[in-house]
Write a protein that binds this ligand. Sequence first.
Ligand SMILES: Cc1cc2nc3c(=O)[nH]c(=O)nc-3n(C[C@H](O)[C@H](O)[C@H](O)COP(=O)(O)OP(=O)(O)OC[C@H]3O[C@@H](n4cnc5c(N)ncnc54)[C@H](O)[C@@H]3O)c2cc1C
Length: 370
Amino acid sequence: MKKALIIGGGFAGCSAAHLLTLQGNWAITLVESAPFLGGGCKTLYWGGHPYTFGPRHFLTQNESVFAYLNQYCPMRRCADHVFQTYIEQDQAFYNYPIHKDDIALMPDRDEIRRQLANRPATIAPSNFEDFWLQSVGQNLYEKYICTYNKKMWMTDDNTKIDTFNWSPKGVTIKEGAREAWDTAISSFPLANNGYDDYFSIATKETTVLLNTKIEQYDLPNKTVVLNGETKTFDIIINTLSPDTVLNYAYGELPFIGRDFIKIVLPVEEVLPKNIYFLYYPNKEVFTRIVEYKKFFRNDTAPTTLLGLEIPSNKGRLYPLPLKKYRDLSDRYFADLPDGVFSIGRAGSYRYEVDIDDCLEQAMDIAAKLR
Ligand SMILES: Cc1cc2nc3c(=O)[nH]c(=O)nc-3n(C[C@H](O)[C@H](O)[C@H](O)COP(=O)(O)OP(=O)(O)OC[C@H]3O[C@@H](n4cnc5c(N)ncnc54)[C@H](O)[C@@H]3O)c2cc1C
């Protein structure tokens, strides 16, 4: 048996463990600092309601990624889910991404149409603000994008943010179906405890060390000190930020975190049926409100739970989409030898890495090692 070490037991680490297990020739050790697997996708409880830290809604354009997850974690399709955003300037809720039909409802529609008609034929943005101004014009940028992203990245200047494959997956103005994900699979686990059973199945044959941290990393030599012992592996799959596992050799990579506020309300459901969560791109301190019953359909309690996400410095959750930090992360990745992989959101240092991308990355590694 060849020896594999997996660092971190979130979606990326658990799916990597599972896909190697299916190959049958790996002795796998997974090290997780928390007392549980799953990272932010672990199901927690408040007021008797199951919830995750943020929506953790499974979205993918890749049928084989969905088929894999659905095999081990039966999923419920939720194609009816409509994303909405509250625009204070208009005191109205609109679809999100920006929907072409909503423009007709806006008080400043004539000006918006004029700005759209004057868009450049080819978009050549130098930064995030530029990308949106060129794509949708000043008014729509200010309503939907400007303040939201300043909140999101805790910055006072959107020109400092690079243009990147910005969620939701590059759509600027949507036409046609109002459902945000009519071109992708939108789903959530059927089980009462969300993704948790998958994390157990995925790591059933893995040696899982919870409440454990690696004491010393020597990734270029595939060696670590673990529980006082020096151990060398045939491969290592890292899911932590690359600066951590390469001993901050080139300096620290910054992240944005989140404060998470839970509110129980004395009604069965508070948001309309097909609205699972709402974006707030105005001066509110929070970015998003999630109603967890919309995901956890077996929760039939007489009360409901909302989760509010507030950007903060707590936690290494969102890698910054700034070129200088991406370049810094690439310097770290260049130091990884063959047989050492770095995947997942922090492990790739890419904000765009969602749950489906973690699975895809784990599948790619498994295919390489087959
Ligand atoms: C608030 C929020 C909401 C989101 N909502 C969605 C969504 O709706 N849909 C979607 O597709 N994606 C969503 N995402 C992104 C998606 O959930 C993540 O990309 C994905 O879960 C990341 O998985 P991961 O394994 O890379 O990281 P994580 O889940 O963060 O796992 C890393 C693991 O490493 C452990 N760890 C940390 N430090 C150490 C250490 N020193 N030693 C050992 N272990 C350590 C952590 O405890 C954790 O379990 C959301 C992200 C956030 C932050």
